[in-house]
Design a protein around this ligand. Structure first.
Ligand code: OOG
Ligand code: MG
Length: 262
């Protein structure tokens, strides 16, 4: 850590304001060039304390920048993690309000719900799957609070890794029911295909995103609790959206997830 509690709190103030008011801000590293990734996770923790204080609840965590398509699109080649709150959840087929967002983009992801706690380093895919209650198709709406969606790793993490909304849908499935490595996904906007790929695009297997997340938590003296909802990262590049757009992601053998923007 390079920053004291007072600076972390001041950064959280600016980010919280930008998130709550759908306004952009300058990159946190413009003001604090020496800021580290650890400082940014401390900002996430401070944001989370504030969200809980106003009645929100932690549902789980997400991994981002876990596919080459996402890393290339954002120009950052290291995964980032973020906190998923109950208030960010939207129902399948619902209408997401555009005026609460700045410049949203959508991502198709495989989400896991755990039945057992995961902790430590060197976990295997088999251990992650054994701790998994079910997997479910998801769409994430990311909305960077930085101008033109441009950031560095430290800045994006301080902004809770661009988290804004998420929608789950399709069928919750036992992981044995599908091959989580070769599951195809297609994202459609207004009925037209925008992007497609297979789930192995995420670190060869989306469970690897959970292994990395658990290692990140272990380094901070934390674990991934039983019951956690975990998004494993966009399988394709993120798709920019506008008012009135209808979004559907179709996951092979898992069903589809849809919503629209008003
Ligand atoms: C950072 C968040 C990336 C994902 O699934 O890759 C992310 C960003 O691209 O704004 O959520
Ligand atoms: Mg994502």
């Amino acid at each position: 850590m390079s920053l004291d509690t007072k600076s972390i709190s001041a950064i959280a103030d600016r980010i919280q304001y930008a998130q709550d008011n759908a306004q952009t801000l300058n990159k946190v590293t413009d003001e604090h060039p020496a800021m580290t990734v650890d400082d940014s996770y401390a900002v996430q923790d401070e944001l989370c304390r504030r969200w809980i204080a106003r009645g929100d609840r932690v549902v789980g965590l997400k991994a981002g920048l876990t596919s080459k398509a996402k890393m290339d699109q954002m120009g950052v080649n290291v995964p980032c993690f973020g906190i998923q709150m109950a208030s960010m959840a939207c129902a399948e087929n619902s209408v997401i309000e555009m005026d609460k967002l700045i410049h949203p983009r959508v991502e198709a992801e495989i989400a896991f719900v755990l039945k057992d706690e995961l902790k430590g380093t060197g976990l295997t895919i088999e251990q992650v799957l054994a701790a998994t209650d079910y997997v479910i198709p998801a769409l994430e709406v990311i909305d960077s609070r930085y101008e033109k969606f441009k950031f560095d790793l430290v800045s994006v993490i301080a902004d809770n890794s661009s988290s804004a909304r998420y929608v789950t849908g399709g069928r919750p499935l036992d992981h044995h029911a599908i091959d989580l490595r070769t599951t195809g996904v297609v994202i459609e906007k207004n009925g037209e295909i925008q992007a497609l790929a297979a789930s192995a695009a995420v670190l060869n297997h989306p469970a690897n995103a959970i292994i990395m997340l658990v290692e990140h938590l272990a380094a901070r003296g934390q674990t991934l609790p039983a019951g956690s909802f975990v998004m494993t990262g966009g399988i394709t590049e993120a798709i920019p959206v506008a008012s009135g757009d209808n979004i559907t992601a179709r996951f092979q053998n898992m069903g589809s997830v849809s919503f629209r923007f008003n």
